[in-house]
Ligand binder design. Structure first.
Ligand code: KIV
Length: 258
């Protein structure tokens, strides 16, 4: 059994060693993430694309997030479990945001929430932190904004770089315990990491962050089209199909030999 991770232990890793984060959507992927050495487990709303057959994360509801968070936390890992606040919810009234976070922690068993957004959400993040809800920020490319901004790499112009740095500092100043930096130009990420005292966790943003996060289905080669930065370490889709084919063949052979 490893050492239990908390927001405090995670923060203390900044500048000490790289932080390993991975998504999980159920008890089995949570156990794999922990056994493989992840420091933090994210119940990402990527559950929509990876598990539920959706084309993006917009259709992922609070109920879906509570359901999958509960499946992950039933695995009773020693890891910090963070759940995504679903599409546009953080922009609702604070009482609704607080209620949604309460559901994720009380019914889902998560230890905190991740919120996509920058400086405009800093007041909401500060109030959640004040209410005792650990918040992980998420800046750069925001998958929940696929219909307004698309899936495009960020930080390619000076204006955008300035905006991303302002977002990072505002979210950190609001009390977030860590910050996901998604698909941001590699030249900018070391500057973000230097500008904040909380750990930055990169995805598709090069090596300039304090840690890395991946979608477990991309890492394991379960998805058909993983993003180019995922570099799958296994090909479970191929192996699973081959296993099913072997078994199907055995079953058919048994039938025909009668
Ligand atoms: O939903 C998710 O899986 C995420 C990670 C990719 C950071 O937000």
């Amino acid at each position: 059994m490893g050492v239990k991770t908390t927001t405090r232990t995670l923060r203390s890793l900044k500048g000490v060693r790289p932080i390993v984060c991975l998504t999980a959507y159920d008890a089995i992927t949570a156990r794999i993430a922990e056994a493989g050495g992840a420091d933090l487990i994210l119940v990402g709303d990527s559950v929509g694309n990876t598990v539920l057959g959706m084309s993006d994360t917009v259709g992922v509801t609070l109920e879906i997030m509570v359901h999958h968070s509960a499946a992950v936390t039933r695995a009773k890992t020693e890891r910090l479990v963070i759940a995504d606040l679903p599409f546009a919810l953080a922009h609702d009234s604070f009482s609704k945001v607080l209620k949604a976070c309460r559901e994720l922690l009380q019914r889902g068993g998560a230890h905190g929430v991740k919120i996509e957004g920058g400086a405009s959400l800093a007041p909401t993040i500060a109030k959640l932190v004040d209410a005792g809800i650990p918040v992980m920020g998420h800046i750069g490319m925001l998958p929940q904004r696929v219909h307004s901004a698309g899936y495009r790499r960020r930080g390619l112009t000076t204006d955008d770089q300035t905006k991303i740095l302002i977002d990072a500092q505002a979210v950190a100043a609001a009390g977030a315990f860590a910050l996901v930096v998604e698909c941001v130009d590699e030249a900018l990420t070391p500057k973000i990491t230097e500008a904040v005292t909380i750990p930055t966790i990169g995805i598709g943003s090069g090596q300039g962050c304090d840690g890395q996060i991946l979608v477990i289905h991309d890492l394991l080669g379960f998805t058909s089209n993983p993003p180019p930065f995922a570099n799958p370490e296994a090909n479970l889709q191929r192996d699973a199909i081959a296993a099913v084919q072997r078994w199907a063949k055995k079953v058919r052979q048994q039938k025909s030999s009668k």
